[in-house]
Design a protein around this ligand. Structure first.
Ligand SMILES: C[S@@+](CC[C@H](N)C(=O)[O-])C[C@H]1O[C@@H](n2cnc3c(N)ncnc32)[C@H](O)[C@@H]1O
Length: 268
């Protein structure tokens, strides 16, 4: 049964989620109540009032995770917006290989990687490009998300592989488990480092990045939150480095990047 939520509880809940995770739900009352109603009863509450109070008081990460999992989508798939992978392989990889010929190390971040298809897909592009030289390069990808559930699936690396994945890749980079279930091969798996990270937090990784993929994540954020995150991305990007967002997203006009292809931006 869909429960109702008072104006006050709705405001408290959505303000909290916005402040902690950047996710804007103020206009989405219907979505919030329909997606959270069953969780309210599953956790033994009669209505939203005590549920919201408990959530805000305890700030229990496991409980927050359950809420976030209902309110956001982890939807992702191999070869999603494949133009980005083409641009990455045809334009970015040749540039990076020229640039880092000596140190043989490139830094890529999949921010909001969900269940891992995106960073594994990038790994396959890198391996295709580098061929036999791949073992001489450090191409490890940092892949982060706020959802433990999505990251647990990512770490397992087991998927129903869609037909859009080229047959030759399926052979090279996956091992059949049973039926249509495949596991990514250990060398693909080991090229990705998964970590929990909330994109609202200050970005303090040891390295700066040559490429940041942050696709279909900022759709949840309002403009000021998005602008601030894009500035933080810019600060941790090497000169000449790239930011890729989804085709359905935009950067504001005063974003510091230069547009070089659809939804592809460069720090000049
Ligand atoms: C739709 S998936 C995008 C997956 C992949 N990048 C793609 O384009 O297919 C969006 C992901 O963003 C994550 N996310 C939402 N808000 C976040 C935040 N504040 N910090 C980190 N990840 C967040 C969600 O957990 C979800 O896994």
């Amino acid at each position: 049964m869909i429960q109702t939520i008072s104006d006050d509880d709705f405001r408290k809940l959505t303000n909290f989620i916005k402040a902690e995770y950047g996710i804007t739900l103020q206009e989405k009352r219907q979505l919030v109540t329909s997606r959270l109603s069953s969780l309210v009863s599953e956790q033994g509450f009669n209505d939203f009032g005590p549920f919201v109070n408990n959530l805000l008081k305890e700030r229990n990460p496991q409980k927050m995770e359950l809420v976030l999992n209902r309110l956001t989508t982890n939807y992702t798939f191999f070869m999603r917006e494949t133009e980005h992978f083409d641009f990455f392989t045809k334009v970015i990889m040749p540039e990076l290989v020229r640039k880092y010929q000596k140190k043989k190390s490139i830094a890529i971040w999949s921010a909001g990687c969900s269940s891992g298809e995106e960073p594994y897909n990038l790994t396959m592009c890198i391996k295709e490009f580098l061929g036999l030289q791949a073992s001489q390069w450090d191409t490890r990808i940092l892949a982060t998300d706020i959802s433990q559930q999505a990251l647990a699936k990512a770490k397992k690396g087991i998927y129903e592989v869609p037909d859009t994945v080229p047959a030759i890749w399926r052979k090279k980079y996956f091992k059949k488990i049973e039926g249509s279930r495949y596991a990514v091969t250990p060398d693909v798996r080991n090229n990705v480092i998964f970590q929990t990270f909330n994109l609202m937090d200050p970005i303090k990784f040891r390295t700066k990045f040559d490429v940041i993929f942050c696709r279909n994540v900022m759709i949840y954020f309002d403009q000021p939150t998005k602008d601030a995150l894009v500035r933080r991305f810019y600060d941790v990007t090497n000169p000449g480095g790239y930011l890729m967002i989804s085709h359905s997203e935009n950067l504001s006009k005063d974003a510091p990047y230069v547009t070089v292809a659809p939804s592809t931006f460069q720090k000049k």
